[in-house]
Ligand binder design. Structure first.
Ligand code: BDR
Ligand code: CA
Length: 336
């Protein structure tokens, strides 16, 4: 190869590298019901502006009532130092079923291990469902990602009112569901799906590109004493908040399931968006059961494709736990 060809190759390589370095951040809406693990997810996302342009945080009733999930989302925004991100409150109850909450896991305030206060900055004007409709309606086709960290009520309501907004969505990444692991609210159902299975069905039926981050994977990405020390060593306010929250939050799951550490469920959704290589899964066919009875809220995940139905979700099943905590540490180090 001539020197000229070598030089041309080198110029091309550096141009390609520059282009990939300058890739525009992903346009993201985070729909959430904070919730201890939701707050960790929000801080991880807010600490990653190079990859994630958070257009808004939308809140929903779930772990606790809407007033408290909305207050906690605003607290997370304050701790993340991201006054630029609007927080819109959305649905105060599920589509059809009676509301359920998880104060036994997340505490009466929806946050364990830390004192809560009324944040200085309020909610954005308007409702989260209308915000989703307006934003997705105006968006470039397939441009906006939605990180779904709670019951899927807000997006379902938006899709019911204006089905064509699905075109604005690039993909939805859901923390929810359970197959190999079994459930955490019934033997077969995971909390977010049990809290509003009808909403999950609406989102699934919309045909949007979906990734599920179920208990199968989040129960493998566990804290340990060493990992909590790793976070504590960052010694800034955000990491202290995360450590305080996690130390209290993990007790419930460790006792209940006899696990050596606790899961940080929702933060895996953000980690997947930042570093998908930390996770493994399969494209599978999945349905959601909303019949009254023992299977209410179950995700029926056809992992082996025995039904011969076309795949409709990416179902994650493996996660690199240390890789996750290294990523979380590296990003929290960037906050105050
Ligand atoms: C999910 O349920 C909620 O309690 C957590 O915030 C998480 O989204 C785990 O089952
Ligand atoms: Ca949640």
């Amino acid at each position: 190869m001539s020197l000229k060809n070598l030089l041309q190759g080198a110029v091309l390589m550096s141009a390609l590298a520059a282009t990939s370095l300058m890739a525009a951040p992903r346009e993201l809406i985070i729909d959430t019901d904070p919730g201890a693990d939701d707050v960790v997810a929000l801080l991880l996302a807010m600490a990653s502006p190079q990859e994630l342009k958070i257009r808004a945080i939308t809140t929903v009733a779930g772990n606790v009532r809407l007033e408290k999930t909305s207050r906690n989302a605003r607290l997370a925004r304050e701790w993340g130092g991201r006054a630029d991100i609007p927080v819109y409150a959305g649905a105060g109850r599920p589509l059809v079923r009676e509301p359920i909450y998880a104060a036994n896991v997340h505490g009466e305030e929806g946050l364990t291990g830390v004192q809560v206060h009324e944040p200085k900055q309020g909610l954005a004007k308007g409702n989260a469902v209308q915000y989703l409709i307006d934003t997705l309606d105006k968006a470039e086709p397939h441009s906006i990602t939605i990180a779904m960290l709670g019951p899927q009520t807000n997006l379902a309501l938006a899709l019911i009112q204006k089905p064509e907004i699905v075109n604005g969505i690039k993909e939805v990444v859901v923390m929810g569901g359970a197959h190999f692991n079994g459930g955490n609210i019934t033997p077969v159902a995971e909390f977010n799906l049990f809290a509003d299975p009808h909403a999950a069905q609406v989102v699934l039926a919309s045909g949007v590109k979906l990734t599920y981050v179920p208990l199968d994977v989040t129960h493998k990405v566990l804290t340990s004493d060493a990992r909590l020390k790793q976070l504590a060593a960052l010694n800034n306010h955000a990491s202290q908040v995360v450590v305080d929250i996690l130390k209290a939050y993990i007790k419930f799951d460790m006792e209940k399931y006899g696990m050596p550490g606790g899961p940080v469920h929702d933060a895996s959704v953000i980690a997947y968006l930042l570093k998908p290589e930390l996770f493994k899964g399969r494209q599978i066919h999945m349905t959601v059961d909303s019949r009254e009875g023992p299977t209410f809220g179950q995700t029926v995940a056809d992992w082996y494709g025995v039904l011969g139905q076309p795949a409709n979700v990416m179902w994650l099943e493996q996660g690199d736990a240390q890789g996750f905590f290294d990523l979380l540490s590296a990003r929290l180090a960037l906050l105050k």
